[in-house]
Structures are given as structure tokens and as C-alpha cells.
Ligand binder design. Sequence first.
Ligand code: ZN
Length: 274
Amino acid sequence: MNNGKLIITVAPTGPLTTKANNPNFAQTPEEIANTVYESYLAGAAVAHIHARDEEGKPTARLDVFREIIERIRAKCDINIQVSTGVGLDVPIEDRIKLLELRPTMASLNVASMTFANGVFLNPPWMVEEMINRMNELHIQPELEVYDVGHIELALEYYRRGLLKPPLQWSFVLGVRGGISSSIKNLMTLLDYLPEGSYWQVITIGRHQLAMSMVAMAIGGNVRVGMEDNVYYAKGVLAKNDAQFVERVVRLARELGREIATPEDVRQMLNLRRD
Ligand code: ZN
């Protein structure tokens, strides 16, 4: 179990959150770059990026992603992780094309599933194609798993040599169709990870703070931001994404966890440098 420096990922946008949920939500490339930069200043080392079109719908348009990436790059050296999940209605072929942006990190969803009220399609042919392209371009996959069986599926790719260490996992807890959010479930998922894995908890909604604290206490990493939760406290909307990062940093200090810088993350995960 990795008990080193704490990697904080900020996920500002996601596919589902809207300005109606929280008016401070970052949606345009400029807003996303600004909130990522504020989060970087607060201690985030990774930015998990989704894009929206002019109507606010999730998009895999390369020009929008490019603009977001360029705007972030102009401000700071935070590690940019492109979401290849994108959104439930976005064609698989368009999601695969996002790898051609050559980010150093990208999310990889290994299994299809019911996702809230929709269907999240991640067929085996797509997963294998993505893994192969990620290997060719030296892109670190963030393995997004929503249940125990997803871990077992990823470990199959690992045993076949397609996925290479260090493995980086995200346990997504609390999505309708995936495993629910509880400490017992987190412990069950952890049992399956090979030695030397990096892992973080992504908790949707109100359990986010408690599960983040548990993860921090036992050597895991943390993701925060309005993709997962728009409330800073019960009934209190977050002012921005950095507010969540600041709180994690304060809690980490109390727990004696040092915060990983973007450069620390590049070393820990052996990210491509170019
Ligand atoms: Zn995402």
C-alpha cells in the first residue's frame, strides 16, 4: 500500500454537473483553466479534465480539449489527466481519439455498466484498443473501477502484460450501478490491489469528505471537485474547487501526510516527459 506523499486530483467539470447545481461551476475552457490554476496553488498535483460544448453538453471535441490544455499549460505545470469517459452519449470512437492529444495521463474505464439512469459503454475491444494506444504513447492510465469485478478485469490485462506497473486506481463509490460508498466496501476493493499500487477514492455526493479522510488515513490519495460534489458542507455550495483542495491539505497536515507536487507525481508514476 502506498503511504507516501498525498496526490490530490482536482476534477472541476465532469459530464453531469451544471451551473444550475452550483453557479460557481467551471464549464468554459477559460473557467476550467482558472479553477485548475487556483486548485494547483492550493496543492492539487493532477487535473482531471472534461470538456463541454457551447451548450454545456459533454464533448470529445479535440479543439475544446486543446484550448483547455493550452490555457492550463500557460499557467502552471500541473499534470493533466484527460477523461476518456467523457459522457454517456459521446461515441466511443470519439473518446478513443482523445488519446491523440497525447496527455501524460488519461482515465480508463475497464467495464460497461449502468451509470445513474444511463448506460456507460466500455466494451472489451475499446478497452484493449485504448490500452494499446496508451502504451504506444506512454500515457499513464488511471483505472476507474466501480465494483470488484472491474478490478478483476483490469488485473487480467495486468497479468497479460498489457497494463504495466505502477498501477493507478480510482475507486468510484456511490454511482447508481456501481458499488455504494462505505468503509467496508473500500476495504474489500483494496484487498484486490497488487503491491505497489497507487489508489484514490472518488466519492459522489455527501460521503465525499468522510471517505477522503479515510483514504488519507490509510495511505490512499484523494480527488475533489465539482465533478463529484458541489457542496462544501451540508446545504452550503462550494465557492470554487480550490476550497475543497484547501480543506484536504489542512486535513493531510494533521495526519502527517506530505502533499505531492506535480513533479513528485511525475516521478512516482514515471510519467512521460516531453
Ligand atoms: Zn471524470
